[in-house]
Design a binder for this molecule. Structure first.
Ligand code: FAD
Length: 404
């Protein structure tokens, strides 16, 4: 087999970002688009919050990759391993050297489970759970469903993480479930949050504190970062990031969101910025040193909340700017940092946050989205998945702007 390949456009990663871009480029008539993607499955990760809350089955979050690769695109079932952008080429784990005219880098981010001592061994057992993994999300639901009272602890690590709302969404679902099933009055629900506020965009932070956290008696400890799980004694250790003091918190249930970072192979590549992310211009999505390289999604340096909804806004801009670069032009479109977070606040309730780089609301609907609404819950549960599978991943333009 020939281990030297060439394609006009090579896309690294067939996640939300990679499939959306490849589909758009194929719609634009580009003939030679290849996607490097090692996984046989594609996951609709936003459903994992609902899996953890017992609303959907995890099987609803997965589809075979083969069905999603856009028609006419080449699927290279391998993993990118190193980049040589000065020579327009990359190497794969399987030993291939692939050259390109244009490169789109979007392999998502990496979850650093092993950065929390005690967590890898404890995960999935004796009350330790996380919705940030396909196998763990149903275990989270088992823990919530079978909870008999005590300390229910939820954590939020230092950002950036993907879907910064998910760590509190699962807490609100759990709290609601405990309330409806008679265990809330024997339960302390506590949120250990590494940041100084509950949400980055001030409008929605205020809404969450006033409409959800305070009235429902949820304890929040800001600037506290999980540092260890002691499974033997069912204790979690947190560091107060202001005073450096340690807090030992006994738990009966703990939902852990571990730290996340750029994938190691990106961190050590010439494409990375100092923090490890693919270093792109925040408006054009073009690499700051290599003009034929672009990035979007979780692996990119774009300083916005890492969501599939953000990718819905990024993908048309990247595709237009890449096509323009092919014609020798400058990117005509600029990304304003649009992202969205459907903040589930209970079974049947949701605050739909939408905002830009300046954390200013950029709302779709003609009403105040800072209020909990049943209609927005229905949108998240039934409409947004269709937009994801049949709109975003297929490169369709409808509807604008994006939710996912
Ligand atoms: C629990 C949870 C809840 C969420 N909730 C929401 C929500 O409500 N709304 C929302 O908009 N977003 C939400 N998200 C975030 C959303 O899923 C991500 O932001 C989105 O999937 C990022 O897309 P991506 O293409 O950058 O990465 P991914 O979709 O993660 O895809 C990355 C792809 O790259 C592949 N890959 C990895 N390494 C390599 C390599 N070396 N070479 C080639 N390919 C590689 C992977 O196999 C994968 O297919 C949630 C995420 C989680 C985990």
């Amino acid at each position: 087999m020939d281990n030297k390949l060439h394609h006009r456009v090579v896309v690294v990663g067939g996640g939300a970002a990679g499939l959306a871009i490849a589909a758009r480029l194929r719609h634009a008539g580009l003939e030679d688009v290849a996607i490097i993607e090692p996984s046989e499955q594609h996951y609709y990760q936003p459903f994992w919050t609902f899996v953890g809350g017992g609303v959907v089955d995890r099987k609803d979050s997965v589809r075979p990759m083969a069905e999603l690769i856009p028609r006419g695109a080449v699927w290279i079932k391998d993993a990118a391993e190193s980049f040589d952008p000065a020579n327009n080429s990359l190497s794969t784990r399987g030993g291939k050297t692939i050259s390109y005219e244009y490169l789109v880098v979007c392999p998502g981010l990496q979850i650093d489970w092993d950065k929390i001592p005690g967590l890898p061994e404890a995960l999935g057992k004796n009350g330790v759970c996380s919705i940030y993994h396909y196998d763990q999300a149903p275990i989270t639901w088992e823990n919530i469903k079978n909870f008999k009272g005590g300390n229910a602890v939820f954590t939020f690590p230092p950002p950036p993480i993907k879907c910064a709302g998910a760590p509190q969404k699962i807490m609100y679902l759990a709290e609601d479930y405990f309330r409806k099933h008679g265990v809330r009055n024997k339960t302390r629900v506590v949120y250990y949050c590494a940041t100084p506020t509950i949400f980055s965009a001030p409008k929605y932070a205020a809404a969450l504190m006033e409409q959800v956290v305070k009235p429902r008696g949820i304890d929040v400890l800001f600037k506290h970062q999980l540092t260890e799980i002691r499974a033997g004694t069912k204790e979690a250790v947190f560091k107060n990031t202001e005073t450096s003091e340690s807090v030992v918190q006994p738990y009966d249930l703990i939902h852990v969101v571990p730290p996340m970072s750029a994938p190691d192979f990106i961190k050590r590549s010439p494409l990375a910025n100092a923090a490890g992310w693919v270093d792109v211009d925040k408006e054009t999505l073009q690499h700051v040193h290599y003009p034929n390289v672009f990035s979007l999604g979780d692996a990119s340096s774009l300083p916005t909340s890492k969501t599939a909804a953000a990718i819905r806004a990024q993908a048309p801009i990247l595709a237009a700017n890449l096509l323009s670069a092919m014609r020798g032009g400058q990117g005509p479109l600029k990304y304003d940092g649009y992202t969205s977070c459907p903040l589930i606040t209970g079974y049947g309730k949701l605050i739909l946050a939408e905002f830009d780089y300046d954390l200013k609301p950029k709302e779709t609907f003609p009403f105040d989205q800072g209020k909990e609404r049943y209609s927005m819950y229905l949108l998240k549960r039934y409409v947004i998945p269709v937009i994801y599978w049949d709109g975003l991943l297929k490169g369709h333009k409808w509807p604008q702007p994006g939710h996912a």
